[in-house]
Design a protein around this ligand. Sequence first.
Ligand code: GLU
Length: 294
Amino acid sequence: MTEPVFRFAPSPNGHLHLGHALSALLNARAAVALHGRFLVRVEDIDQIRCTPELERDMFEDLAWLGVPLDEPVLRQSEAFPHYRSALEKLQDLGLVYPAYLTRAEIKRFVKAHEEKGGLWPRDPDGAPLYPGDDAVLSEEEIQQRSQSDAPFALRLDMKAALSRIGEPLTWQEYGAEGPALFEPAKSIAVDPAAWGDVVLARKDTPTSYHLSVVVDDARQGITDVLRGQDLYAATSVHRVLQHLLDLPEPRYRHHRLILGDDGRKLSKSNRDTSLRSLREAGATHADLRKRIGL
Ligand code: GLU
């Protein structure tokens, strides 16, 4: 087996919380258990919400956690040309189209549809599937937007992508912690249609989470993607993109989530569970490990 390479890929758009601590510690432990390396990737494509101060705080939190990081650190804001060439490859395959509906227009369309009694399909994150420009706009309006400075998103034509691939895809799901790390994989059927035509880039942002994550996992030589269960369904999109872009297929390991007292996933806006506020309140490593079940 080649040397396993794990990664922790946080976005510095807020402070790390208990869920990040679990993710970082599980990655570090798995890397040790499987004699691999552990890299960090700064997912800062959102240059407005991700700031140098938050990135600095993030590394401070990781140092406090005591996770041994290997070099080099990859910063997505420095890798835009790589995403652009991946996007061009998909464009050359004829699988990308500009979509002009704004979020508000999609919302209005879905609301009107549902008021008439029909349910509109949602993706696993709860966002409505893209209805297509022609569901809302006239041909002239589409033409006019395409010739003006109107905002747009570049979307993957999922139907065309799947028919190009022509075979059902799977991913291999392994355990994320403890003895399960060593157990054989379960083969999971990819369900990309659930996501519809995902966004690959926007007029002012040359990439999206889905596109950059597959490009970077390949660039960093990641063999094991160990991340939260909240990204389990996104793996379907990642497998499609890996296939289209000829990128290697990593092993996937999705870990349990830490829930707040309200039973919901932790969010960066909740200060009570941020690592800094816990630290400032005097929490020790042992307290932290107890709270995240390690
Ligand atoms: N940047 C993502 C997050 O903070 C994680 C991406 C991934 O692990 O694939 O949720």
